[in-house]
Design a protein around this ligand. Structure first.
Ligand code: GUN
Ligand code: FE
Length: 439
């Protein structure tokens, strides 16, 4: 038997803490354990029960100040921007033109695309992220590079070819027809292969003609089990630009809606400056919003209304948005979400933050039956956090009155040193030190 029992405090969910009090649906069992069979989570129970029932299984014990969690799920990122993370001083449109587009142009070299895809997955894995949802570049080989790199690591992955046919430099534009054809070929090649999900990816309304948005809307209608990801209402000058480019549209969301780019498998990144009609429409059709807190502060976009939007029952995921985001780490991203909550006078609890970074993001990807929780039958993607990973955190944790205070200290101050182990599809992805060497 290659059954394994991971022994240590476990984090489990029995419901959605965005709609129910977290105390009722999120739980840390300090005497817990997880049974892995093959690539699956077979059972989550008390350690004494699992050790007694499965005496043949290999037991792997983690300290009482560790926490066995679902692997982190990043619901919106741009792997091609790995090299320009932390570029100084610009707001969205200038940041795209000055830093992002020149870098994305470099991925026209397939070897460079492969190097960046590997580097990005190594970095995110070292931070405990087991699934990423990424934009690629307009080059189809940039999509192949990421799906191939993920397949080599047995990682679940969501990605798509970024489509742009205007307001982008020469060399970084496709057409309505080629965006359709190339995306269709990539869907046929990758969607549902192994652990891959394809997301149809118009970058955002300003860089697509209405013809391109229509072509991608048609492609989505022909492939309704694919996801569709794009950006929505991130900065006020962006919204004004959208208004001038689409004078007939009622609002920003309408530019997507009018072209068939709305539905319960739509993921809209940022969604900060929404009109009441947009919120009503999103709630009505079950589309998901993705909160990108480090990006929203770094590029100066604004403060996402988590409290207001969750109250409307809208599925919300959490994401780094690298390289607009300033960190590859979902711990740092949770910390930024906490800080934005504080600025809006509605702080999130550690239990809510952990849910958003795992099950919440998985739900926005329609993958909640596969990843995002420690639950029977799900794929065994886990991260084991050391809640005493540095002297300062250890002292704070040592004086905490419960496990949640320890978790919160690690969310606020932890980095990749807090990532003790990562398990992917039932296999250990390497000791922390090995993962670090790979960077
Ligand atoms: N809007 C359109 N493209 C991008 C991008 O690459 N990053 C961010 N943060 N916003 C965008
Ligand atoms: Fe983005």
């Amino acid at each position: 038997t290659d059954d394994k029992i991971l022994v240590g405090p476990t984090l489990t969910f029995s419901g959605n803490p965005m709609t129910a009090p977290w105390q009722e649906v999120v739980r840390i069992d300090t005497e817990g354990a997880v049974l892995l069979q093959g690539n699956r989570i077979a059972k989550v129970d008390k350690a004494v029960i699992l050790l007694d029932r499965y005496p043949e299984a290999e037991a792997i014990s983690y300290r009482a100040d560790h926490l066995i969690c679902p692997g982190f799920v990043d619901a919106h990122a741009h792997y091609p921007q790995t090299a320009i993370i932390a570029s100084w001083g610009k707001r969205l449109i200038d940041w795209l033109n000055d830093y992002t587009f020149p870098e994305e142009m470099r991925l026209q070299n397939p070897d460079y695309a492969r190097i960046i895809a590997d580097r990005y997955l190594d970095l995110t894995l070292a931070h405990g992220t087991t699934t990423v949802t990424s934009y690629c570049t307009i080059h189809p080989h940039s999509v192949d590079a990421l799906f191939e790199a993920a397949a080599r690591r047995n990682q679940r992955i969501v990605a798509g070819k970024t489509c742009m046919d205007r307001n982008a430099p020469e060399g970084l534009r496709d057409t309505a027809q080629s965006a359709y054809d190339d995306s269709k070929a990539l869907i046929d090649r990758w969607h549902g292969k192994g652990r891959a999900t394809y997301a149809i990816t118009p970058r955002f309304s300003p860089t697509s003609t209405p013809e391109q948005l229509s072509a991608l809307g048609a492609l989505w209608a022909e492939n309704p089990d694919c996801l569709m990801q794009t950006h929505l209402s991130e900065q006020t000058d962006e919204i004004a630009w959208v208004r001038s480019l689409y004078p007939e549209a009622r609002d920003y969301l309408d530019t997507y809606e009018a072209h068939g780019l709305i539905g319960d498998r739509a993921l809209y990144g940022h969604a900060i400056h929404l009109e009441p009609r947009e919120i009503d429409r999103i709630a009505e059709c079950g589309a998901a919003l993705v909160h990108c807190p480090t990006s929203n502060t770094f590029i100066g976009s604004g403060l996402f209304d988590m409290a207001g939007l969750r109250a409307r029952g809208i599925p919300i995921g959490l994401a780094t948005d690298t390289g607009g985001g300033s960190s590859f780490s979902m711990l740092r991203t949770m910390a930024a979400a906490y800080e934005i909550g504080q600025l809006r006078d509605t702080p999130l609890h550690a239990a809510e933050l952990m849910w958003l970074a795992t099950a919440g993001s998985a739900r926005t990807l329609h993958l909640e039956d596969r990843i995002g929780s420690l639950a029977e039958g799900l794929e065994a993607d886990l991260v084991v956090l050391d809640l005493a990973s540095t002297p300062a955190i250890a002292q704070r944790a040592g004086e905490a009155k419960d496990h949640w205070e320890m978790v919160f200290a690690t969310i606020m101050m932890g980095d990749d040193r807090a990532v003790r182990d990562v398990w992917i599809n039932g296999e250990r992805a390497g000791e922390r030190s090995e993962a670090k060497d790979a960077i």
